[in-house]
Structures are given as C-alpha cells and as structure tokens.
Design a protein around this ligand. Structure first.
Ligand SMILES: NC(=O)c1ccc[n+]([C@@H]2O[C@H](COP(=O)([O-])OP(=O)(O)OC[C@H]3O[C@@H](n4cnc5c(N)ncnc54)[C@H](OP(=O)(O)O)[C@@H]3O)[C@@H](O)[C@H]2O)c1
Length: 265
C-alpha cells in the first residue's frame, strides 16, 4: 500500500495528522519525528507506524507532508530528495515562508514543478475548524484535498500573497487566545470563576466570528449594532482605542509579516 508520510508531527503537523486519521485508516500513515519519546507516544496514541528514517518514509509514500520548522527543513529535504528522483510523489509543505520554487530546488525537481503543494494550515485544524491556505498552481491530489477539508475551511490564494495570508490565518489563533484570556482575567477580577469567565469569552468570540464569516454583518456594522448610544459597550470601545487596540493589532500583523518574510526561501 502506498503510504502517506508525515515528516514532523508537532503542534501543527500533529493537528493535520489527527484530522487525516479521520479520513484514512492508521495503517495508511508513516510518521517520523525527532525524539524517541514522541515517536513512542504517537505509536501508542494513534496506532500509526513511526519510522526513524525520513528517506525510507518518503520512499514508501505517494504523499509526503513536510511539517518540520522551516529553519530545520534544508537537511530534511536533502535527506528525502533521492525519493523524488522518479515517480510522481507529491510533497505537501505546511512550512511558513518556504516557496514552492525553493522546495523544488532542494529536492532537485525542475522549476515550476507542480508536485509541491504549499499550504498554510492553522491550529484549529485540531478540531476540524481550521483555515488552510493552498497556493495556486500545483496539482493537488484528491487525498490531499480530502485531508485538508477535514481540517476545516480551505482557500486557494496566489503564492505571492502567501506570507501575509499565512500570518493573518496562522497567527490569529494565538492573538485571539490572548484576547480571550484578557477578557476572562477581567471577569475573574470582577468575581466570575475562571471556568465561567473563559467559557463566556470563548463563546462570545466564536459566535461573533461566525457572524462575521457568514457576512450577515460587516465588522464595523457588528460593532455598531452592540454599541447603544450612551451604553456600556461604547465605553469599552473608548478604552480599547485609548489603549491603542487597533494600532497594536495592525502592528502585530505587520511585525509577524516582517518576521515571516525573513524566513522566506
Ligand atoms: N504552530 C502553528 O500554529 C503553525 C501554523 C501554520 C504552519 N506552521 C508550520 O508548521 C511547521 C511545524 O510547526 P510546529 O509548530 O508544529 O513545530 P513543532 O511543534 O516544533 O513540530 C516540529 C516537528 O518536527 C519534528 N522534527 C524535527 N526535526 C525533524 C527531523 N529531522 N526529522 C523528522 N522530524 C523532525 C519534531 O519532532 P519531535 O516532536 O520529536 O521534536 C516535531 O514533531 C513549521 O514549518 C511552521 O511554519 C505552524
């Protein structure tokens, strides 16, 4: 049986792998990680084969998800390059900043190869509510679209916009978690239990995100709909503006974009 390899299965690769296990049986997968303890726990928890050789995992697979950190990817790509010499294997990268052209070059594939699928998932993939970007221009095997669809929504965008798209989709879960934590902290300061405060903040964020995504309200109209004249919410809006909330959010995205661009290959 032609396998699906996961090279790296940490926070993000592990989330995509767990979604993939809802689509295909565990026997279909072969996984490699760096540490023995993680290898043992993946084997025990997920029932997948875990190999100690990236090359052998790539050789035995038709689809290879590359899920290591971008800064450690060069030796890994050199290791698996011989597996791409013949056949029609597809490499699916989830790495920030690394272009299809750079990856093709590391693998010894011709420029413009359509066998590299560049993607950018985000952490809510773990519960099937992720947002995965796919760069236009590759041949995406059906098995890959099936796996990514199980991670959540999928959006095809031009590779030239991948860095900024990846930052907005990929980093926002961390920033939203910080926002939720701040709201909950305030609730706790005013007497709510931590559990209730977190639940209220998370539900409000989730419901609001659904409304924005559904297009029922624009972001501005939604804010206005909650802000009654002379009311409580607009007082909070004034405090957020005083604290530089919007500027901080915009600057966070642009700082992350700068950092992302420095990883570019
Ligand atoms: N985290 C996110 O929200 C997010 C979002 C979008 C994209 N990404 C991208 O996803 C990739 C992984 O990020 P992450 O946050 O999941 O990192 P991570 O948690 O550090 O996971 C990295 C994985 O790579 C494994 N690994 C390291 N060296 C290896 C090698 N030589 N051979 C095989 N496996 C090796 C590690 O093994 P051990 O577990 O044994 O250490 C680990 O499982 C990055 O390229 C990142 O840009 C991340």
């Amino acid at each position: 049986m032609k396998k699906i390899a996961f090279i790296g299965a940490g926070n993000m690769g592990g989330a995509v792998l767990r979604s993939a296990l809802n689509v295909f049986p565990a026997e279909q997968f072969i996984v490699t990680v760096k540490t023995q303890t993680h290898a043992d726990s993946l084997r025990a928890e997920l029932g997948v084969e875990v190999s100690s050789s990236n090359l052998s995992a790539a050789e035995r697979s038709e689809i290879i998800f590359l899920c290591v950190k971008p800064q450690y990817s060069e030796p890994v790509l050199a290791e698996i390059a011989p597996a791409f010499k013949e056949g029609d294997k597809t490499l699916v990268s989830i790495m920030a900043g690394k272009s299809t052209e750079w990856i093709a070059c590391q693998l010894g594939l011709p420029e413009g190869s359509r066998r590299i699928v560049r993607t950018m998932p985000n952490l809510p993939a773990l519960i099937g509510r992720g947002m995965t970007l796919i760069a236009d221009g590759s041949d995406v095997p059906e098995k890959v679209t099936d796996i990514l669809a199980r991670c959540g929504a999928v959006e095809y965008i031009a590779e030239s916009l991948f860095d900024i798209g990846g930052v907005v989709a990929g980093c926002t879960p961390a920033w939203t978690a910080m926002f939720a934590e701040s709201l909950a902290d305030a609730g706790v300061a005013a007497g709510l239990s931590r559990a209730v405060a977190v639940k209220l903040a998370a539900s409000a964020i989730a419901g609001t995100a659904e409304m924005i995504a559904s297009g029922v309200y624009s972001t501005g109209a939604l804010k206005d709909a909650v802000c009654s004249p002379g009311g409580t919410t607009i007082r909070g809006v004034a405090e957020l503006e005083r604290g530089g909330f919007r500027a901080a959010a915009i600057n966070a995205v642009l700082a992350a974009y700068d950092k992302h661009s420095s990883l570019r290959g």
